[in-house]
Ligand binder design. Structure first.
Ligand SMILES: N[C@@H](CCC(=O)N[C@@H](CS)C(=O)NCC(=O)O)C(=O)O
Length: 219
């Protein structure tokens, strides 16, 4: 059983997969992408021409998309922490929440990053304004959703929380979670303190200067 993760410690979607790996202390090799190792980028392109990461290779077989990687780990490398409930109806709720964090928190937050990296003349202010409004709506929905919950789907830490950790971590840096959303702020703090995510945050610390909007001096 040989697992290799292609990705980068500072990447939000890689951190989502890393949380799942760390939750069960699953052994893996980390193939870090970057200018220091062009061969790793070539290997990624051969595995997945879309070149988005993370990509997990399990005994030679590529597993693509962070949510699928986590489901794959649960099926093929299970450990004591079950990130998807056995009950299919409960699992559906977890999958919905995973989609919520990817589509309505991670995606709008990435819009800011992509935009600031463009030449000034090619920026998209109305797209960024839409992303900001979407984040506000997502924070408001999550504020009501988190009332009385420890984790996104209830008492157990799941796939949805793997998605939520990096999504809220970077979204708060990008468009700060307002004081009007104390349950969201408290949930973000709980996620950051979860040992699996704290380990991923620490692994990414040396790369904070890469944050295109300027990383705040906290977390
Ligand atoms: N839906 C994908 C998203 C992956 C993704 O967007 N990864 C970013 C890094 S956080 C990436 O590959 N960026 C490089 C690029 O867009 O070329 C997943 O869940 O794995």
């Amino acid at each position: 059983m040989a697992l290799t993760l292609y990705g980068h410690p500072f990447s939000s979607y890689c951190q989502k997969a890393l949380i799942a790996l760390h939750e069960n202390d699953t052994p893996f090799d980390f193939r870090v992408l970057g200018p220091d190792d062009p061969a790793a980028g070539q290997e990624l392109a051969a595995l997945w021409p879309i070149k988005r990461f993370p990509v997990l290779v399990d005994d030679g077989r590529p597993v693509i998309e962070s949510s699928i990687i986590i489901e794959h780990l649960m099926l093929h490398h299970p450990g004591p922490v079950r990130l998807l409930p056995d009950d299919p109806k409960a699992a559906l709720e977890v999958r919905f929440l995973d989609r919520f964090f990817d589509n309505y928190v991670m995606t709008p937050q990435q819009k800011f990053i992509v935009d600031v990296l463009r030449p000034e003349a090619e920026r998209d202010p109305s797209g960024v304004a839409h992303a900001r409004a979407l984040l506000e709506t997502a924070y408001a929905w999550l504020e009501a959703h988190m009332a009385g919950r420890q984790w996104a789907a209830g008492d157990a830490f799941t796939l949805a929380d793997c998605a939520a950790g990096p999504a809220l971590f970077y979204a708060d840096w990008t468009h700060a979670i307002d004081e009007r959303f104390p349950a969201v702020k408290a949930y973000r703090a709980r996620l950051n303190a979860r040992p699996s995510f704290a380990k991923a945050i620490d692994g990414a610390r040396p790369y904070r200067m890469l944050f295109p909007l300027g990383a705040p001096d906290r977390d």
